[in-house]
Design a protein around this ligand. Structure first.
Ligand code: B3K
Ligand code: ZN
Length: 876
């Protein structure tokens, strides 16, 4: 390993936080946009900070990367007492207040990192979170420096729209075909919320009347020709604005809210004040090009970015270690929004799946970190499932412990105290604690402790006394980043079902017991009386804490819950446990037959006329490979894939008639319902396509017809389901279907991403060569993260068998790509490396192969800090 040869990037620590000696409180930015020579004039008002009434001594430290420094002036005079050191500009000055003017030049056209100011297709746009503003000008690029921004943008008139944060206060024409606008944002903000966009767009406009009666202009900017895909996003925005008013009493604060869709973007979207920038994938949708899941995803991301206006923008983070302050809370808010608008159970199932597969894996691997990390090399590496999704679970636990009303009081107090400030996670918990008078001192360990707690539960029933007991043990194991662990305060929600499936009231010695048990010690026993026969417990109900559950359920108990629980989530959860248990048994015993009680259960679900159809779709699906893999220390990759495949084949065969009947019934009206997005029709499509997934395993003539008919449809959910069922089943039709799909959609980049994804999921021995040939496809572009993820991300995440082929070709393919991306776009490279990070989970042969590839990465001369942090952690 060569990682130590160069000057390695160093870590920053939470414990080292200090307030800066100076703060910039107002900035006037002027951009003269040119592809390779954009001049940026930054005029800042700077003031010295005080601590305990004493001035903080020290220089003004500004961050800057890839900037050409043209001049520095202080209070109108040229200034030269500065140093340029390690991507910082240090200004040595003994004044307490002054005006600083810095002129720099940057090159948006050659900036392929998609951070700072860059060109996406034909439009200029910016991405500054976390630390991208330093690629625009020298500045205090840290979230605790809040300033008012005024921005003048000058550009050629071939960019008709020149946008920035806040309100437009001026615009005008210039000579030689140029024009300008001036924007002013009245709200103080950190630099990471700055945005600039310049381009030629189609615009969808609307307006929203806030709860206090103010009219807000809404504008959605999309590439020319895409207006027919813009309305869902705008409708979602209005729903978000209303929901936040109804649920939290939070109103939008500017006169205009703008969203711009761009094709080249590293993440889903960015919540810049008043000017969100979105990955086009997370905005554009119509029934012909987007699936029902795409529609759902768009609604939730539009909501998420909108909700940041209060949780993130009005109240922001003191430092980046506090990222979960805004992200965990905002994910919780977007999950609640989706649950209030759609099905709560289906949304909860999706959130829990993400936790159990991705977050638990992160906790178990070399990148393990608490939701408030303590040390960071590259901040962009910490926009993780832990900070976001586990962060949201931590907020949800507080919601459970406090109850809805107290939680709302806590939110109100948080805004009352901290509006306009940059604060910490502790500030948030303190507001919750004080508003509710509930002690959250022990609970705070959730912020500093990494790892997934395991809850080992044992039951005891005494028929004579009618007492039922649950003994709950917290087990915490060391993680890569942390040896010592505390016992946590865990809200453990339960229900007890009697033999008829009725919920028993929880009592003990005359007292009613709340269903949320407060687990605070290493070992605790909870007793319940008045129970006549041994009940079936539903444990960790609704995933009331982000923990693993260890309880020795029998198949009968699990079937009882699936059949009788009143909560749809509990039914799904029990069904998962039942299937996981049996798939694991099949892995161990080399494919035992699928137990009859499982096929019966699936058949009964299919024939149930009263069940929610989307839930039924979830209940008949087998757990994914990831879910099963998470159960093992050393993952038996091929045996898991074979066991799942064998169970699917058995279900397809045993239940062939009922699957086909249900499929046909649900498909009856589908042509007329192509454009219908109601819950009912979405549910119909979901269940129908879950049946199709099984049915495609058979090459019967009726299936050939069904697959072809669905592919022809003008509804993307249906045509994609047909195509992906055919590909997964290696159906004889799959090749011709892929060709037909490509010729139909070759002009639509987002649909072509779906096609690239399916190409990569094919289980064929020459898949690596095939993927390499697709690098030359006219639609493929290494610089576009959507494309790279569609092709290679799908391969590494969903074509498990071929990616982990013991000839090592999958690992090498990914590493070759990472080496290329290290130069083009380090953030994307760093996201794509995830499947190599968990090398310890595989057999010795694979471990060796993956380590060889990690060593190759370690040897790169200009390894980015993004990859350096991950590769060094993986190899240590
Ligand atoms: N805050 C942005 C993510 C920024 C990622 C920087 N690498 C989107 C979001 O969470 O809403
Ligand atoms: Zn966010």
């Amino acid at each position: 390993m060569n990682l130590t040869n160069t000057n390695p990037p160093s870590a920053k620590y939470l414990k080292d936080y200090t307030k800066p000696a100076f703060s910039i409180y107002d900035i006037y930015l002027e951009f003269d946009l040119k592809a390779t020579q954009t001049q940026v004039h930054a005029t800042s008002k700077v003031k010295r900070n005080f601590s305990d009434n004493k001035p903080i001594l020290g220089a003004l430290v500004l961050d800057g990367i890839d900037l050409d420094l043209l001049s520095i002036n202080i209070d109108g005079q040229a200034f030269d007492d500065f140093q340029l050191l390690n991507e910082q500009l240090i200004i040595n000055i003994d004044r307490d207040e002054f005006e600083l003017c810095i002129v720099t030049e940057i090159s948006p056209a050659t900036n392929s990192s998609l951070e700072g100011l860059y060109l996406s297709g034909g439009a200029y746009c910016t991405q500054c979170e976390a630390e991208g503003f330093r690629k625009i000008t020298y500045y205090q690029d840290r979230p605790d420096v809040l300033a008012t921004f005024t921005v003048k943008i000058t550009a050629d008139k071939k960019y008709p729209y020149l946008l920035s944060n806040g309100n437009k206060i001026e615009q005008g024409e210039l000579e030689d075909g140029r024009h300008y606008t001036v924007w002013q944002d009245p709200f103080k903000k950190p630099a990471y919320l700055f945005a600039l966009v310049a381009g030629d767009f189609d615009v969808l406009k609307d307006s929203y009347k806030t709860m206090s009666g103010r009219e807000v202009e809404l504008a959605l900017f999309v590439d020319k020709g895409n207006l027919n895909k813009a309305s869902h996003a705008l409708t979602s925005l209005k729903k978000s604005m209303k929901w936040d008013e109804d649920t939290f009493g939070l109103e939008y604060d500017l006169d205009i809210y703008m969203i711009v869709a761009v094709d080249f973007f590293n993440m889903g979207a960015m919540e810049n004040k008043g000017l969100n920038v979105f990955n086009s994938k997370c905005v554009l949708a119509n029934q012909a090009t987007a699936t029902d899941s795409d529609y759902h995803m768009i609604e939730s991301i539009i909501g998420h970015e909108y909700f940041h206006n209060w949780t993130g923008n009005r109240v922001t983070c003191r430092d980046w270690f506090q990222l979960s302050l805004k992200e965990g809370l905002t994910v919780f808010r977007d999950q609640e929004f989706s649950s209030d608008l759609g099905s709560r159970a289906i949304n909860r199932i999706a959130a829990v799946k993400a936790m159990r597969t991705h977050q638990f894996a992160e906790d178990a691997g070399p990148m393990a970190h608490p939701i408030r990390p303590e040390q960071v090399i590259e901040m962009n590496n910490f926009y993780t499932v832990t900070v976001y999704n586990k962060g949201a679970e931590v907020i949800r636990m507080m919601h459970t412990l406090l109850g809805k009303e107290n939680f709302r009081k806590g939110m109100d107090l948080y805004f009352e105290r901290h509006d306009g400030q940059a604060v910490t996670c502790d500030d948030f918990v303190n507001a919750m604690m004080q508003a509710s008078s509930i002690d959250l001192t022990q609970f705070k360990h959730w912020y500093s402790q990494s790892g997934t707690p395991k809850l080992v539960v044992k039951e005891k029933f005494d028929k004579t006394s009618g007492v039922y007991q649950l003994e709950i043990n917290q087990v915490h194991t060391a993680t890569a980043d942390q040896d010592k662990k505390h016992n946590l305060h865990i809200p453990f929600s339960i229900e007890l079902l009697d033999q008829d499936g009725k919920v028993l009231q929880l009592t003990y010695e005359g007292n009613v017991i709340c269903k949320v048990l407060n687990v605070t010690q290493g070992k605790q026993v909870f007793s319940f009386d008045n129970i006549k026969t041994k009940p079936t417990p539903i444990l960790l109900e609704d995933f009331s804490a982000p923990c693993q559950l260890d309880f020795n359920y029998s198949d009968e108990q699990l079937c009882h819950i699936v059949r009788h629980a009143s909560s749809d989530f509990s039914r799904w959860d029990a069904q998962q446990m039942l299937l996981i248990k049996n798939i694991k048994a099949a892995v161990k015993n080399d494919n035992i037959d699928l137990p009859k009680n499982i096929t019966e259960l699936i058949s009964d679900i299919l024939l149930d006329n009263t069940i929610d159809l989307e839930l039924a779709a979830q209940l008949i699906k087998l757990p994914s490979y990831d879910v099963i893999a998470a159960e093992y220390e050393e993952v038996p990759i091929n045996s898991i894939i074979e066991a799942i495949d064998s169970f699917e084949q058995q279900i397809a065969q045993t239940l062939n008639t009922v699957l086909f009947d249900v499929y046909n019934k649900l498909n009856e009206n589908s042509v007329n319902e192509c454009e219908n997005l109601s819950t009912e029709v979405v549910g119909k499509r979901a269940l129908k396509n879950a049946c199709l997934h099984y049915l495609a395993k058979q090459n019967e003539i009726c299936m050939v017809e069904a697959l072809n008919a669905q592919l022809e449809m003008i509804n993307m959910t249906d045509s994609l389901a047909a195509l992906s069922s055919a590909v997964h089943a290696n159906h004889e039709l799959s090749q011709s279907m892929l060709i037909a799909f490509e010729s139909k959609w070759e002009k639509d980049a987002l649909v072509m991403d779906k096609w690239f994804g399916l190409q990569a999921m094919q289980d064929k021995p020459d898949i690596v060569a095939h993927l390499q040939s697709l690098y030359s496809h006219s639609h493929f572009d290494y610089a576009n993260p959507n494309r790279v993820r569609a092709l290679i991300g799908s391969f590494t995440h969903f074509n498990i068998k071929q990616f982990h082929n013991e000839n090592g070709s999958g690992y090498k393919l990914l590493t070759d790509l990472l080496i290329k991306l290290n130069d083009i776009n380090p953030q994307n490279a760093s996201r794509m490396i995830t499947p190599l990070m968990s090398w310890q989970k595989y057999n010795v042969k694979r471990q060796k192969l993956i380590k060889q590839q990690l060593e190759r990465l370690a040897d790169i001369e200009d390894l980015s800090s993004d990859l350096y942090e991950k590769v060094s952690k993986a190899l240590n």
